[in-house]
Design a protein around this ligand. Structure first.
Ligand code: ARG
Length: 249
């Protein structure tokens, strides 16, 4: 009888482990945060070799409110979504909410609004969506800029692990333009303002995008805690302080 009882207990705990009873990230003391620190001012590697930037500061403040520590893991942008729930607990990476990503992950409330920009050589004649047709476009792989560039008729899209490498190929004449989010576009262009210009993608018909924190789809407890922390940081002025410190708006 004891053996049968033990067997029942083991089977039940096994089922709980594999089935719907997945534990919330809220049960952990340290949250493993994935990012791709190639996206200034949201995330970049600082002089000490550590990921820093608006997103990193924001997630640290969020975790602090939740009484948690964070362990930030720098990885390729393209592998963030699929790593949530295994290698990492959540991702903050200037990540745009898209219906495709929502199939896999749960997004927090949005914490920032952005739009794609088009980086052009100063003497470029590209000025409208139609002008992008048949052009050589550089993007960071797996980003919304990549998806937009791929939608352009006849485009040849070069996909880079780092946005900055696309910008370098634009400077080398290997590309006609780079499509990347507004703030990184401005940051990259500011280093080459003699040669390059960053044009608002609204002029090309690109729509507003909402950045949010991506989490495991089933973890409503985590999502609630994060949304509450975001609200609190917005009402106590911490959020605005970080915007000023890192983005300067
Ligand atoms: N907002 C764009 C997207 O979600 C680009 C994000 C790139 N982020 C990064 N940390 N490299 O696809």
């Amino acid at each position: 009888l004891f053996a049968i009882g033990l067997c029942v207990v083991m089977c039940v705990s096994l089922l709980a482990g594999c089935g719907g009873g997945k534990k919330s990230v809220m049960e952990k003391d340290t949250i493993i945060v994935g990012t791709n620190a190639e996206f200034p001012p949201f995330e970049y590697v600082d002089d000490a070799g550590e990921p820093d930037g608006f997103d990193i500061a924001l997630i640290k403040a969020v975790a602090d409110r939740m009484g948690k520590k964070v362990d930030v893991q720098n990885m390729e942008f393209d592998s963030l979504v699929s790593s949530i729930g295994s290698k990492i607990d959540l991702a903050i990476a200037g990540m745009t909410v898209t219906p495709e990503r929502e199939q896999t992950v749960l997004f927090s409330n949005s914490y920032y609004t952005a739009v794609q920009y088009v980086i052009l050589p100063k003497d470029s004649e590209i000025a409208s969506y139609d002008d992008l047709k048949d052009k050589r476009i550089g993007v960071q792989m797996g980003t919304t800029g990549d998806f937009d560039a791929s939608d352009v008729a006849g485009s040849t899209v070069s996909r880079y692990n780092k946005g900055v490498d696309a910008v370098n190929d634009l400077l080398n004449g290997r590309l006609d333009c780079v499509i990347i989010d507004k703030n990184p576009a401005e940051a990259f262009v500011s280093m080459h303002s003699d040669e390059l210009t960053a044009v608002d993608g609204a002029q090309f018909g690109f729509e507003e995008e909402a950045y949010a924190i991506a989490m495991p789809k089933v973890d409503a407890e985590l999502a609630n805690a994060i949304n509450e922390a975001l609200d609190a940081l917005k009402s106590d002025g911490t959020y605005d302080g970080l915007v000023q410190q890192y983005i300067g708006e």
